[in-house]
Write a protein that binds this ligand. Structure first.
Ligand code: UDP
Ligand code: MG
Length: 313
């Protein structure tokens, strides 16, 4: 029978795992005739008894599998480990804290059977996100869509279904600093969306602090776009141009025409303009180097040049 893998990243979720498991078994009944369920818990270096809870479940139910990471690597890597190890014809990723409604899983499977290769859960609103987190996330999407070459939908979450072909392609990525969502969006393929309301976190505390999210955002910018690298260059060109014009003006007005406008430039003022010009030159050179680094970056992350859906040669 064909297997559908459920991938759950776990970081200190001892209280939530049993609740999630109960819900998943109910869903399992619903899709039982067509598919077997495989539940993969990826323990991302939890410091509580999560591993014990997972091992117990796995002993009593052989559909429950787990990957235990050596330490806390962060959710992105945990998800990747789950995807690398799943055997299903499709996988569904969801959070352990029950914020991703388990009841929607049959809906994900339905869209997938209708032909979607990636089904993405979109968050409708987040009441408990807090003002800073919400403002931060809307700013993040605005910037990333401006500077990155892939389009990322605001509110798109990690609550996703991936078809086996997407899984296989995803497994080819080798980059270390990764944003799974960004890579999945980069891959393309036929997508479908499901809107859902984020529930309250059931037990425990969210593992993502403001700074962890900020780092995640920075990683997204850097891994999906080379624009930040080129900022120095653009700034340099701007400064060089402005100070160049100013310097030329001073030179002509002061030294060639002998100050007809009586502006009486002081020595330090002229020096300042000169130094500004040099700073611009230095920044421009940095921008030039950025172009080379960008080329190296492109080679080192070693992303496939293109991705094939199906072959018939
Ligand atoms: N998580 C993880 N590693 C981490 C932080 C979180 O595997 O370092 C898991 C966590 O157990 C949960 C999911 O990622 O299943 C989402 O985490 P959280 O609820 O803290 O994030 P938020 O809901 O605020 O996005
Ligand atoms: Mg959560």
């Amino acid at each position: 029978m064909r297997i559908i893998s459920i991938i759950v990243p776990v970081y200190n979720e001892e209280k939530n795992i049993p609740l999630l498991y109960d819900k998943l078994t109910i869903i399992g009944e619903e899709i039982r005739e067509k598919y077997d369920l495989e539940i993969i818990f990826v323990n991302d270096g939890s410091t509580d008894t999560s591993q014990q809870v997972i091992s117990d479940l796995s002993n009593s139910d052989d559909r429950v599998k787990y990957v235990e990471l050596s330490r806390n690597f962060g959710k992105e890597v945990a998800l990747t480990a789950g995807i690398n190890n799943c055997r299903g014809v499709a996988c569904i990723m969801l959070d352990a804290d029950l914020q991703h409604p388990v009841e929607l899983i049959p809906e994900f499977i339905r869209k997938w059977k209708e032909g979607a290769e990636t089904v993405i859960g979109i968050r409708e609103e987040n009441k408990n996100g807090g003002l800073i987190k919400n403002a931060g996330s809307s700013l993040f999407y605005r910037i990333i869509n401006r500077i990155a070459s892939v389009n990322i939908i605001p509110g798109a979450t990690d609550f996703r279904l991936l078809d086996r072909i997407v899984i296989d392609e995803f497994n080819k990525f080798t980059e270390r600093n990764r944003i799974s969502r960004g890579l999945m969006d980069w891959l393309g393929f036929k997508r479908s969306y499901i809107w859902f309301k984020v529930g309250e976190r059931v037990r425990g505390r969210p593992g993502y602090s403001f700074f962890k999210l900020l780092r995640l955002a920075m990683n997204s910018f850097v891994s999906l776009s080379l624009f930040p690298l080129k900022i120095a260059g653009y700034l340099g060109l701007l400064i060089t141009t402005i100070s160049g014009i100013m310097g030329l003006f001073i030179f002509i007005e002061n030294f060639i025409l002998k100050d007809p406008m009586e502006l009486k430039f002081s020595g330090p003022a002229m020096l300042a303009v000169f130094i500004m010009f040099l700073v611009g030159v230095v920044l421009s050179c940095l921008g030039l180097m950025a172009l080379y680094i960008a080329a190296i970056h492109g080679e080192v992350v070693n992303r496939p040049l293109y991705v094939v859906r199906k072959k018939n040669i």
